[in-house]
Design a binder for this molecule. Structure first.
Ligand SMILES: *Cc1c(COP(=O)(O)O)cnc(C)c1O
Length: 357
């Protein structure tokens, strides 16, 4: 039985992406060769990389606006270090918003390179909300934020107005909702949350902001070098890039970000409505900051845990337990999760209520 997969990452991808990428491993473009055994510099793979990079900019409405998209290895976690290397001036400083585990991991790496100001943090409330009303020091080299907090189920609905370059970790909500992406100077995302298999990280960079730090940057950490090499400075994660391209094409065929956002809004509305209605459950995130991607919730009475777990497992649901730092449950509803899967979860929550009455 095909499962209803709520995994937080690596996560569900469109079924056609699994099928087509499996086919490409066996016989890529009818070449008689596997995608995994050809040169990344071959005509066929160069075309994949070019199309993927172009499609990213098209979907984000950044075409012709001075941006470059590249795919690197190392995960979003390596970007935590590459960002300050490329953006923090020698003796400069960076401003960070601390909204969760990933944001604080980014802060930790920035501190290796220089002064790192945390403009606000919701750590004291176990990151159940996005801080607001903070001031960003005008003399910082850039401002860094995390658009969606995968672990705590919060999402930034607004971004601060600032003259500083804005760098945003969008690992868990890129391509899920319409934003004015031209407000950001660097956007990055590990592929495995909403775009493809683990292995590639997407970085979208406004080219003019690079080269201003006065810092020597080791080659592999230098965005400019990767851009100049057209994302082929070294062997790129070919499978992850190819499967990401298939997901991006799937998204384009569906009508792009605007179309998927409507579906994502409907999924979130369906589940949050049930969490708020059903007396057995409560959400953990501040209502105004609730994430449309990762929905965190608890049973009001933990005595019902065994019964609830039995019911959702029997319904074919997978990947629902919450992260250990929040507990309870986390329903990750990335782009490829269909509305029908959310209905199955909601039906299980209603069934628990009926059983307990
Ligand atoms: C998962 C995640 C990361 C870490 O990604 P890796 O690719 O595993 O390094 C960083 N930021 C956010 C918001 C995430 O959800």
């Amino acid at each position: 039985m095909k499962k209803h997969n709520y995994s937080a990452g690596p996560c569900i991808l469109p079924q056609e992406v699994f099928e087509k990428s499996a086919q490409a491993i066996l016989n890529f473009n009818d070449s008689g060769l596997s995608l995994l055994e050809i040169s990344h510099r071959s005509k066929d793979f160069v075309a994949v990389m070019e199309e993927a990079r172009a499609l990213v900019l098209e979907l984000l409405d950044l075409k012709g606006k001075g941006y470059q998209a590249i795919f690197l290895g190392g995960g979003a976690s390596l970007e935590f270090l590459m960002i300050p290397y490329n953006m923090m001036k020698v003796n400069g400083k960076a401003a960070y918003l601390d909204t969760g585990t990933w944001a604080s991991a980014a802060i930790k790496e920035a501190k290796f390179l220089g002064e790192t100001v945390v403009v606000a943090s919701s750590k004291d409330q176990n990151y159940n909300n996005i801080p607001k009303g903070y001031t960003i020091p005008a003399d910082a080299d850039y401002f860094h934020c995390t658009s969606n907090n995968t672990i705590f189920g919060t999402q930034m609905k607004e971004f601060p107005e600032t003259d500083l370059p804005i760098v945003c970790d969008m690992s868990s909500d890129i391509f899920s909702r319409k934003l004015d992406f031209s407000k950001f100077d660097i956007i990055y995302a590990g592929a495995q949350k909403n775009m493809g298999p683990a292995g590639a990280t997407l970085i979208v960079i406004k080219e003019e902001i690079l080269g201003k730090t006065g810092r020597e940057i080791p080659s592999m950490l230098d965005y400019a070098k990767h851009i100049k090499a057209e994302s082929m400075y070294n062997t790129p994660p070919v499978f992850s890039v190819y499967a990401s391209l298939l997901t991006l094409k799937w998204l384009k065929n569906l009508g792009g970000i605007e179309a998927i956002e409507k579906i994502n809004d409907a999924k979130a509305a369906l589940l949050y409505t049930e969490i708020d209605r059903n007396p057995l459950f409560r959400g953990t995130a501040a209502v105004e900051d609730r994430s449309n991607m990762n929905v965190t919730f608890l049973l009001n009475d933990e005595a019902h845990t065994a019964k609830f777990d039995e019911l959702w497992k029997a319904a074919g649901i997978s990947g629902l337990p919450g992260h250990r730092s929040v507990g309870g449950y986390r329903a990750s509803m990335y782009n490829a999760l269909p509305l029908e899967s959310v209905q199955v979860l909601v039906d299980v929550m209603k069934a628990l209520e009926t059983e307990i009455k």
